[in-house]
Design a protein around this ligand. Structure first.
Ligand code: URA
Length: 225
């Protein structure tokens, strides 16, 4: 996180006040004078002092939420309620953010934390963190569908998806149900993958994300540590 942002979050005032503080040579990172507001720092790995006082490291928190449809997975939104708005007032704190994005109409598991590096690692393509979704589509999912997803779906614009695992739970001409596991996070990926096979996603719910699974005890909108 940028040094000025971190200090702002730690209660050292507005962006301008924090800048003044840094310029007045009162901020040190691991004993070295910090001279730039935009210095990248990590309070969990570095010791930051302001006017000789060590910055307290905010404890990391983690919440699993069952996101309802209609809610945006962002910190703030001008129009819609966000997953952060749904966190209980006593659990609210600076720096909370949802790890990755679900579409507004997608339901299910969202991980919310103030641990920046964890979110980065869980979303980084290099780590191929698996995500499983329950899907309802508006048409038949034929016997070839699992192999189609396994071989790497190609979108109309030429984007190639990594292999995905599809388990068809039921199939009929007006509604089919399936579970799909992907290990990347392209924009609207699951919906586009099903469009590539000629069906439209009607319901999408995330069941798991890496080691975390949706807690069946959580009603839509609820979260737990
Ligand atoms: N894929 C989608 O199309 N939408 C989501 O919300 C998540 C994955």
């Amino acid at each position: 996180m940028r040094l000025d942002k971190l200090l702002g979050q730690a209660g050292y005032g507005s962006r301008n006040q924090v800048k003044k503080l840094i310029r007045s040579r009162q901020v040190y990172v691991d004993g070295i004078l910090a001279e730039q507001d935009n210095l990248n720092v990590d309070a969990s790995l570095q010791t930051i002092t302001v006017s000789g006082k060590e910055l307290e490291h905010a404890p990391e928190v983690y919440y699993l939420m069952n996101k309802p449809s209609g809610v945006v997975s962002a910190r703030k939104d001008k129009e819609h309620q966000t997953v952060i708005d749904l966190i209980k007032p006593e659990d609210q704190r600076e720096g909370l953010y949802p790890v990755g994005r679900l579409d507004r109409d997608t339901e299910g598991l969202v991980l919310i934390t103030n641990n920046g590096p964890l979110g980065f690692a869980m979303l980084h393509p290099r780590y191929h963190v698996a995500k499983t979704y329950y899907v309802e589509v508006n048409d038949v999912l034929g016997p070839d569908a699992p192999a189609f997803f396994e071989s790497g779906v190609v979108f109309e614009d030429g984007t190639i998806c990594q292999s995905a695992q599809l388990e068809v739970l039921s199939s009929a001409s007006d509604k089919s149900c399936a579970r799909i596991t992907i290990s990347e996070g392209k924009f609207h990926q699951v919906k586009k993958m099903f469009l590539a096979i000629g069906v439209k996603v009607m319901t999408l719910k995330r069941l798991s994300f890496g080691p975390f699974t949706l807690d069946p005890q959580l009603a839509p909108g609820e979260s737990r540590p």
